[in-house]
Design a protein around this ligand. Structure first.
Ligand SMILES: [Zn+2]
Ligand SMILES: [Zn+2]
Length: 339
């Protein structure tokens, strides 16, 4: 089978590999589409410090079951999405049902070879059924699942006012799940075209220009009470730090972003609010299932994300142009030539 290997930073090459065989408990998935995300772009650029090369990238994977290993009761031809977070099942986090933050986590396409190839084998518990989902839907499943997990962490209620900072695909996942909980939802971004997109397509209750006076704008939007939940999807230290002072008393902060930096805050500001500070890492099978079901029944919308596509046979040249600044990529998707 053909695979695209990131041989070293900046170099992608087609290589031939043996087609894998599913072991007991595994499924062999014929890949149909591969979403490209920031992780892939950073790995290609060489700015992922723990990344080892050569590596087959790609962790946003949709396909069909071609063959199953011993003990797997799943029909060939079923459409599936692969949950890319492989957990050990035995560590402290796994024993507490939190495989999403397993101490030995292996993310497909990051810590082990990924899905920029024709076939991949995974244990059957890492697939969700996606019959009826469109190409647009499949492109948002992982990002929306990460957003869904953050909302679940915060246990959002109807009476909450949620500020989602950052309006990329993860932020929009968080917006929609917060809305499903009945909360009022505000969104902030430095890019006003993106907040406008959220207003027009996702019905948020208010937008904040992150380049302006955020505290002032939030005060006006909440009658001086401020958001009771802030979900950060920016990857920006200043934005993350601002959450501490822009939060309602008694509120919660969820950091979905991860930045290679220290986050500093003033303890009296943190203390007087009795702040709940939560991390949110990856997503669980439950989150993936919630997203897939929401897309199937139409409670989640997936339109407007895919900005670029390429056929697998032409992806090497396209991929490089997607990594250039100013490429305007929100979500690029690689389609198998025979998909
Ligand atoms: Zn991703
Ligand atoms: Zn584990």
């Amino acid at each position: 089978m053909r695979a695209v290997v990131c041989v070293e930073p900046g170099v992608l090459e087609y290589k031939e590999f043996e087609k894998p065989e599913p072991k007991a408990g595994e499924v062999l998935v014929k890949i149909k589409s591969i979403g490209v995300c920031g992780t892939d772009i950073h790995a290609f650029g060489g700015n992922q410090p723990f990344f080892e090369y050569p590596r087959v990238l790609g962790h946003e994977l949709a396909g069909v079951v071609e063959k199953v290993g011993e003990g797997v009761d799943l029909a060939s031809g079923k459409s599936v999405y692969i949950i890319p977070y492989i957990s050990c099942g035995t560590c402290i986090a796994c024993r507490n049902d939190k495989g999403n933050c397993c101490t030995n986590i292996e993310v497909i396409g990051v810590h082990r070879d990924g899905g920029m190839c024709e076939y991949i084998c995974v244990p059957v518990k890492y697939v969700v059924h996606t019959e009826g989902l469109s190409f647009n839907d499949l492109a948002v499943v992982e990002c929306f699942s990460i957003g869904a997990h953050a909302v679940r962490r915060a246990e959002i209620k109807e009476t909450d006012t949620v500020l989602v900072m950052g309006s990329g695909p993860i932020g929009i996942g968080a917006i929609q799940f917060s809305q499903m909980s009945g909360a009022k939802v505000l969104v902030s971004d430095i890019d006003q075209a993106k907040t406008k997109f959220c207003l027009e397509n996702y019905g948020v209750d208010g937008t904040v220009n992150a380049l302006g006076d955020v505290t002032q704008q939030l005060s006006e939007l909440t009658n001086g009470e401020f958001p009771t939940v802030i979900i950060d999807c920016t990857g920006n230290v200043k934005a993350m730090e601002s959450a501490i002072t822009n939060l309602a008393h008694g509120g919660k902060i969820v950091y979905v972003s991860v930045v290679k930096a220290n986050i500093c805050f003033n303890d009296p500001e943190f203390h007087k609010r009795e702040t709940t500070l939560l991390g949110s890492r990856n997503a669980t099978k439950e989150d993936f299932e919630n997203v897939v079901n929401g897309l199937k029944d139409g409670t989640l919308k997936s339109n407007g994300f895919i900005t670029h596509t390429a056929q697998f046979s032409k992806m090497v040249e396209s991929f490089e142009t997607w990594t250039k600044p100013g490429s305007g990529v929100i979500k690029a998707v690689i389609e198998m030539d025979d998909a």
